[in-house]
Design a protein around this ligand. Structure first.
Ligand code: OXD
Ligand code: MN
Length: 591
């Protein structure tokens, strides 16, 4: 399929190591993919769903011990430990190749090896990058078809170049003790073994488009970020693009596809989704930051998604989608997950289902029908509000960057940073309660700078420095904000309605960027005057908005202590600009 010597050498080496029975190159043609789906149906790797109700859709169940990203077993393998930094797990590359090479050795005996050429970003765009993933999993092949652009056309664009990311994946025995997700940024290489979970094995996504790409971006002068990209069209037809970084499973897909509140729809507001998880950002000729979504599909969290919370996401899953670890309704041969009952007339859960592990389930069962991190892998073109710029080779210009986390108290509904560097500081101190997207305890507050804690492929302090550098290179900088949709009252109920109503906050953000609205300066930056957040048609009053926007000095002084502890681990490598911002914050709070 190619004469590219570098690609052939990489595949030959993978064959020599994994010793598959045969090798199949993925061309991207539908006939080949259909054959593979049939094979997966025969082995039970995929289950065909109701062709009338969910055409082209399949259910996949991963091993119950393999349902989320494994941050504890994810490593950055670079020569110097200090270059991986204090947040990442580090392994010496030589040791890693030896140790994990022994696990790969013969792992595909009797199996087929699939070679998937793929492009992150539109094929052939100067912003895009090529990867080759070698895998023994049909689930990976058919999912990569949805999440990236694959096949012969990618090899054609690559030509003789050696500029591609080498990805090697084997399910091996799915042994959690021998599960490793390794990144070799200096070699443009990813090794993933003993897992079949999307975030660990669809190597174009977290492994390449964030961990390896963040390293490439640092060296090449651009940024790879864990951000959605959304376009907000006002009644005059003008579209402003916002990128937003929230930790995993904190509502990026919902914000990227939000349906405006009724009064906004009536006025003519529209929302366009460019991406829901990853943005690659570069400085354009006009001095603005431009963003592309390198992905081709959505790997969204299923539970919680329904016709009310995110109709666009739900609609996106109605055809050519792979569901993983959701429940099966055997009567209709369709899928189900928690919160689907919330938008039905009787609000009742189905009487009988097969749960995500394949066991019988009724509403009386004391387990969830779908795994909390069950997913849909859906083509982006299915989304009713997909942006006309989704494939634009140069991407879209960014008006505002928004950071956010899941915080019950501390952070106000929205605030604006004073300038670029204080915005970098705001991103660097992000904290959030953990979710089911990664293994480990759920609901524990941890620092998750720029929502990139699990995804920076090098030292986090150098990553902060790269952000500061990018600010210097960007003549027309976007403004930087922080939002928190998750503030709770004393009874623990969310105060802000969230979902579509978040547009009310985005509207204020855009007005700020255009200098159309004033704000109040407080210790942490600028907060809105409560009257400037449009609450027409909402059940809350101005006093509640004031509460949502309040900044409690004592809570923030505690926060400062946490930030100091967090920063301390970076030692001398922490950019001075951030230390200065922290000192400023502390001084402001002590006034
Ligand atoms: C994801 C994640 O799957 O962040 O997007 O875990
Ligand atoms: Mn993500």
């Amino acid at each position: 399929m190619t004469t590219n010597k570098n690609v052939l050498k990489f595949v030959d080496e993978a064959v020599a190591l994994c010793k598959p029975a045969n090798v199949v190159w993925i061309t991207g043609e539908e006939a080949q993919l259909e054959e593979l789906r049939k094979e997966a149906l025969a082995t039970g790797e995929l289950i065909k769903l109701n062709e009338e109700k969910l055409p082209g859709c399949y259910l996949h169940r991963s091993d119950p011990n393999d349902v989320a990203r494994v941050e504890g077993r994810t490593f950055i393998c670079c020569d110097n430990k200090e270059d991986a930094g204090p947040i990442n797990n580090w392994m010496d590359p030589k040791e890693a190749y030896e140790k994990v090479g022994a696990i790969f050795d013969g792992s595909m005996k009797g199996k087929t090896m699939y070679v998937i050429p793929y492009s992150m970003g539109a094929v052939g765009s100067t912003f895009s990058k090529v990867g080759i993933e070698v895998t023994d999993s049909i689930y990976v092949v058919v999912s990569m078809k949805i999440m990236t652009r694959i096949g012969t056309k990618v090899l054609e664009v690559l030509g003789d170049s050696n500029d591609f990311v080498r990805g090697l994946h084997s399910k091996a025995d799915l042994d959690p003790e021998k599960r490793y997700i390794l990144h070799f940024p200096q070699d443009n290489t990813i090794w993933s073994v003993n897992s079949g979970y999307g975030g660990n094995v669809l190597l174009g996504k977290k492994c390449f488009a964030l961990r390896i790409a963040s390293y490439q971006g640092k060296n090449e002068g651009w940024m790879a970020e864990h951000m959605l990209i959304v376009g907000i069209q006002n009644p005059q037809g003008e579209i402003n693009y916002i990128t937003a970084a929230f930790p995993s499973a904190c509502g990026k897909t919902n914000l990227a596809m939000l349906i405006p509140p009724k009064s906004y729809l009536e006025k003519g507001y529209k929302v366009w989704c460019v991406g829901d998880d990853i943005a690659w950002l570069r400085v354009g000729k006009d001095g603005r930051l431009w963003a592309i979504n390198p992905e081709n599909g959505f790997f969204g969290v299923a539970p919680g998604t329904n016709k009310k919370s995110n109709p666009n996401a739900l609609y996106s899953t109605m055809k050519n989608t792979i569901f993983t670890n959701v429940a099966l309704d055997p009567e209709t041969n369709t899928v189900w997950w928690e919160a689907m009952e919330k938008d039905t007339a009787d609000k009742k859960k189905p009487a009988y289902l097969i749960d995500w592990k394949g066991n019988p389930w009724t509403p009386d069962s004391d387990v969830k029908a779908a795994h909390p991190n069950s997913r849909f892998t859906a083509p982006a073109i299915n989304c009713p509000c997909i942006s006309s710029e989704f494939e634009a080779p140069e991407g879209v210009p960014v008006t505002a960057i928004v950071f956010g986390g899941r915080r019950a108290k501390t952070a106000p509904l929205v605030y604006q940073s004073r300038d670029w560097n204080s915005g970098v500081f705001v991103g660097s101190i992000m904290a959030s309660e953990t979710t089911a997207a990664a293994t480990g305890a759920v609901g524990v507050v941890r620092r998750d700078p720029m929502a990139m804690r699990p995804f920076v492929g090098y030292n986090m302090a150098d990553y902060f420095a790269h952000w500061i550098e990018m600010g210097k290179k960007t003549a027309n900088q976007p403004k930087i904000f922080n939002v928190n949709w998750f503030r709770t009252d004393d009874e623990g109920n969310f105060i802000w309605p969230g979902f579509g109503d978040n547009l009310r906050v985005l509207e204020w953000i855009i007005k700020r960027c255009k200098g159309e609205v004033d704000a109040k300066e407080v210790a942490i930056g600028y907060v809105p005057n409560a009257e400037d957040i449009n609450i027409d048609g909402l059940d809350i009053d101005v006093d509640t908005v004031k509460e949502l926007l309040s900044v409690d000095k004592e809570t923030w002084l505690e926060e400062v202590k946490g930030i100091k502890e967090f920063y301390a681990q970076f030692g001398e490598r922490l950019p001075k600009e951030l230390a200065d911002e922290l000192a400023k914050l502390e001084a402001n709070l002590s006034k």
